[in-house]
Write a protein that binds this ligand. Structure first.
Ligand code: PFF
Length: 453
């Protein structure tokens, strides 16, 4: 098929470069930091089971749809949806769905950046040998003293934000592709090292049971909502990121297999993180539901006990910084592309403007761990509310719009041609899931969680 459009921002060098960049966007704090603690807060195995179901029924079909929309529209999500709507003879108001996605990325970034700052702070703590021989109590204290200090959090948050702005301002160059190329496999090896450590801890069977033997009595509608939100968050869906990255994808790449590879890699890393972290939680009698601090309180204990622990700790938290960093860049990119395409900003101006707004809004999250701890809205602190609003509400809503737009409004023949999927059966299966199962699942979960049904 002849090339219709090109993105003004360039194109990935190959399908693998895209897979790497998209996997870099997907694999991040969501897998190693968030997945274990939300699993701990929502009943273990039952949460994992629902999470996996969400990946298959919602994650993969939507990932395919988003990449296809991006590659077809080749612009920021709002313009891409508008153009595709035009070509399919449907309402151009669909651009507002794309516009919502552009907003949600920077909103997530306001807190994601703060947490990425924690990981950077931990690289330096590891470097100073602070974890050597510590017990659970000391580990907890190290973490709590970090989040109690607004100054420290602000400092690390600023460092990450400045780095993100610099990279985005320069464009996504070969440097990033190469960095991810080295960093992702190294992180995987280190994660496996921790899993092996966990296996020897004597609590590995308990962990397997906790993660893979679902206890249906722990099933709650809010747990299902969190699992769905986590699937969206972890795959970076409905933030415009995947659509934006898809816009730079060469036309001959297979969308379907690419989406499956990214989803499998992302899910694998999350499960490995669970297998690494829970043995340490059980061995040290830590609270599984202790929340966002879970990995920061558990992993240092493991590092503190293993030979060359400080070295491995530095490496591990550094990898986590990089994993987070490949995601922070991707969270900023759709908004930056929008400002360039719609308002004719230079890339540098766009990156600085969005970066500054995100940095400022990050104060809310920073203060919610210390001086603003007692400020509550709808039963959540600022960080909790932002997380709930973005991951559990805005992302599934965006996903719902993508499913309806792609499978109900776009012309089937148009879609088929855009996807270049030669396997008719696969296309048909995907189409049916995206048309009926994914949006209905999202609606039911929403309705249940909001107590409408
Ligand atoms: N998927 C990333 C993670 O799991 O850490 C977080 C994320 C990145 C969410 C980019 C959304 C996004 F657009």
């Amino acid at each position: 098929m002849e090339e219709k459009r090109q993105s003004i921002h360039g194109q990935w060098s190959s399908r693998w470069a895209f897979i790497l960049a998209a996997t870099g966007a997907a694999v991040g704090l969501g897998n190693v930091w968030k997945f274990p603690y939300v699993t701990g807060q929502n009943g273990g195995g039952i949460f994992v089971l629902i999470y996996l179901a969400c990946m298959i029924l919602i994650g993969i079909p939507l990932m395919i749809a988003e990449i296809t929309l991006g590659r077809c529209g080749r612009q920021n999500p709002a313009f891409a949806m508008k153009t595709i709507a035009q070509e399919n003879g449907i309402s151009q108001r669909w651009r507002w769905a794309g516009a919502m996605m552009i907003w949600v990325g920077p909103l997530i970034l306001t807190y994601y950046c703060v947490i990425a700052g924690w990981t950077l702070a931990y690289v330096f703590k590891a470097g100073r040998g602070l974890f050597h021989g510590i017990d659970a109590q000391q580990s907890k204290m190290i973490f709590e003293s970090l989040i109690a200090s607004p100054g420290s959090l602000l400092f690390w948050h600023s460092v990450i934000m400045v780095m993100t702005v610099i990279v985005v301002a320069r464009g996504i160059e070969k440097g990033i592709e190469k960095t991810v190329n080295v960093m992702l496999p190294t992180m995987l090896v280190l994660l496996l090292t921790l899993v092996i450590y966990g296996m020897k801890s004597g609590y590995f069977m308990e962990t397997l049971h906790y993660l893979f033997a679902p206890d249906f009595s722990e099933l709650t509608s809010s747990g299902i909502l969190v699992a769905m939100g986590q699937a969206f968050f972890s795959l970076s869906l409905a933030t415009g990121t995947i659509m934006m990255y898809g816009a730079y994808l060469p036309r001959d790449a297979s969308v379907a297999s690419t989406a499956v590879v990214i989803t499998l890699a992302d899910t694998g890393v999350a499960l490995l993180a669970g297998l690494a972290i829970f043995p340490i939680v059980f061995a040290n009698h830590l609270e599984v539901g202790s929340g966002p601090g879970l990995i920061f309180m558990t992993l240092p204990i493991a590092f503190g006990q293993m030979p060359y622990g400080s070295f491995f700790a530095i490496l591990f938290f550094l990898m986590l910084v990089f994993a987070a960093f490949t995601s922070t860049i991707s969270l900023l990119e759709p908004a930056v592309a929008f400002l360039i395409e719609a308002k004719h900003f230079s890339r540098k101006q766009a990156a600085i403007t969005t970066g500054f707004c995100v940095w400022l809004a990050g104060f809310g999250t920073i203060f919610s761990f210390n001086i603003g701890k007692n400020f509550q809205l709808f039963g959540y602190d600022f960080f909790g509310l932002l997380d709930y609003l973005t991951a559990n509400l805005m992302l599934p809503l965006g996903g719902f719009f993508i499913a309806v737009f792609t499978a109900w409004r776009m012309k089937k023949a148009f879609l088929r041609q855009e996807m270049q999927l030669h396997n008719g059966l696969f296309f048909q299966g995907w189409y049916i899931i995206l048309r009926y199962i994914s949006p209905i699942c999202i609606l039911i979960v929403f309705a249940k969680a909001l107590k409408i049904i």
